[in-house]
Ligand binder design. Structure first.
Ligand SMILES: *[C@@H]1O[C@H](CO)[C@@H](O)[C@H](O)[C@H]1NC(C)=O
Ligand SMILES: *[C@@H]1O[C@H](CO)[C@@H](O)[C@H](O)[C@H]1NC(C)=O
Ligand SMILES: *[C@@H]1O[C@H](CO)[C@@H](O)[C@H](O)[C@H]1NC(C)=O
Ligand SMILES: *[C@@H]1O[C@H](CO)[C@@H](O)[C@H](O)[C@H]1NC(C)=O
Ligand SMILES: *[C@@H]1O[C@H](CO)[C@@H](O)[C@H](O)[C@H]1NC(C)=O
Length: 492
């Protein structure tokens, strides 16, 4: 299956590159703004302002007079949390119901789609399937129905309220970027009032930044921003409202995306220019990317598609991952490499992330519907021209590697045993059914199709990514159900 798959990846990246070049400057503004934020972060569940910042903590040791007051604040917080748990337990839906076991129900009276394709300014053409000629829109109308319970509807207004002042960071490959796009569209449509939108660009082709502001003003002068830009592949979306004088009206939400398709350093790290025919990584080198992840309130990881080539090269020599005469490497099979990289990642998480401050999630593997034979379709068919999900319970397409899911699950439970909870958002099964939900040929093309390709559209179909609005919106609803597992108290 390899080939088709990777050419899609290339197209994806180049599209991103093209778009971002244009929008370089404004982009800079954005990323900066979250660098300016101080580290005051409250526990995500608590809307009440209990400031327990790193700064106050250091004051405790230096300033005797403040000790009492600060200790009291801390104690209060604990009591508060304790009380809340007592009061609200066991209301958490995610504790009592398996949200990932269920079926798709067509429901054209439901609240899907959550937004309209042409009302979302972040789709950049590549996921906006109707714009690129898709004629059917039924794929937008499916509701995920867990077997054991009802799934909470996305309540945009409540979610933006609860995300105020938070930074949500997606890290991973282009499927995670797909989900980040979806999250931006969902939140964008939930912000009331007039909106002005800026799409931002790149620094050295590696930094991508997006921002939506409710007002036309930027918070910082461009010159102050540019030299603070990180070197890597950042994408950011920030919601704020500079015009509203009452600061409680300011959303100040950052929705960011960091391109790290294999989490550790790899020859895929340049989002616009990377080799697709082989993978070479430094299996233990994660810090260069990961240092940009530490100050988020919510981290959402994925990594999967790039591990599907059977052999992964582990670079042993110093020097560039991009080649050179003296490269020394071991070749190992992809499953062993996947396990090793997750070990590197979990070590990093264990050391650097405080689970009390930062919620962490790992997205499950997603299906790629490139073999129609899997569902009894045409011999050389793919997701091309598919307009209905597979309805057979437990359907599994042959490209999804069950072993990789098991490796991921086992790593996450080892982490949990050490007290670090990274919640698996187990979307693997629910994506299996949705052969109808990929862009196939309804996407921006990097180069015009040749005659041979036109005759054989199956071969140029993108069956990896997902049309928006669509399936990733449901992933985000599930994610949000875990980020905010209990409903806010009705009276404050
Ligand atoms: C809704 O779906 C049903 C069949 O599932 C169809 O008969 C009906 O025409 C649809 N309504 C709209 C407004 O699309
Ligand atoms: C945005 O929220 C952060 C906390 O996450 C806070 O430190 C910062 O001051 C806020 N910015 C504005 C402009 O309100
Ligand atoms: C851009 O890339 C060049 C060469 O790769 C490097 O020397 C320079 O420091 C980079 N600049 C920034 C701002 O990343
Ligand atoms: C696409 O599907 C429709 C109905 O399922 C069928 O009539 C048509 O021939 C298909 N087109 C191609 C090119 O396979
Ligand atoms: C995730 O989903 C798969 C497929 O439905 C299932 O086999 C597995 O047990 C689930 N894992 C967890 C941790 O729930």
């Amino acid at each position: 299956m390899g080939k088709k798959h990777y050419s899609v990846g290339l197209w994806d990246i180049k599209t991103m590159f093209k778009c971002s070049v244009v929008m370089f400057l404004i982009g800079g503004l954005v990323t900066l703004s979250f660098y300016y934020r101080n580290n005051n972060q409250e526990a995500i569940n608590s809307k009440d302002k209990v400031t327990l910042s790193t700064m106050t903590t250091s004051k405790i040791t230096n300033d005797d007079e403040n000790t009492n007051r600060i200790t009291i604040t801390k104690t209060n917080k604990r009591v508060f949390d304790h009380q809340r748990r007592l009061k609200l337990a066991p209301l958490s839906l995610t504790d009592t119901c398996d949200l990932f076991s269920g079926r798709w129900v067509h429901d054209n009276n439901s609240h899907y789609p959550l937004y309209k394709e042409d009302e979302c300014p972040y789709l950049l053409g590549d996921l906006a399937c109707l714009t690129y000629g898709r004629k059917d829109s039924k794929y937008q109308q499916w509701r995920w129905q867990p077997h054991g319970c009802d799934f909470p509807r996305f309540d945009g207004k409540a979610i933006v309220e609860r995300l105020k002042g938070k930074r949500l960071l997606f890290i991973g490959d282009s499927v995670n970027r797909n989900q980040w796009d979806s999250m931006m569209c969902m939140l964008h449509s939930s912000i009331p009032g007039k909106k002005k939108v800026s799409l931002g660009g790149t620094l050295n082709n590696t930094l991508y930044t997006f921002r939506a502001i409710v007002s036309p003003k930027f918070p910082f002068a461009p010159s102050a921003l540019l030299h603070l830009l990180p070197q890597k592949s950042f994408f950011s979306f920030k919601l704020c409202d500079q015009l509203v004088i009452d600061t409680t009206q300011d959303y100040n939400i950052s929705i960011d995306y960091y391109w790290a398709p294999m989490l550790v350093e790899s020859n895929g790290d340049d989002p616009s220019n990377h080799r697709l025919d082989h993978r070479i990584i430094r299996i233990k080198a994660i810090e260069k990317h990961a240092r940009h992840w530490v100050d988020a309130d919510i981290l959402v990881f994925n990594t999967y598609l790039w591990w599907k080539l059977p052999i992964i090269k582990l670079l042993k020599s110093p020097g560039s991952l991009l080649g050179g005469p003296n490269q020394v490497y071991d070749e190992i099979d992809n499953l062993r490499a996947y396990k090793k990289v997750l070990e590197t990642w979990s070590k990093w998480v264990h050391i650097h992330i405080d689970p009390a401050k930062t919620k962490m999630f790992f997205m499950g593997l997603t299906a790629t519907h490139s073999r129609a034979k899997d569902w009894g379709g045409k011999k050389h068919g793919s997701c091309y021209n598919e307009t209905e999900p597979v309805m057979e319970d437990g359907f599994w397409e042959s490209g999804t590697n069950q072993q990789m899911l098991q490796i991921l699950e086992s790593l996450l439970s080892k982490l949990k045993a050490k007290g670090v909870n990274v919640q698996l958002i187990n979307i693997t099964q629910l994506t299996q059914y949705r052969k109808d939900a990929h862009p196939s040929v309804h996407r921006k093309l990097w180069s015009p199709l040749t005659d041979a390709q036109k005759k054989n559209p199956e071969s140029v179909s993108d069956c990896t990514h997902w049309c928006l609005p669509g399936v990733p919106d449901i992933w985000n609803e599930l994610l949000l159900a875990y980020i905010f597992p209990i409903n806010p108290p009705t009276n404050k």
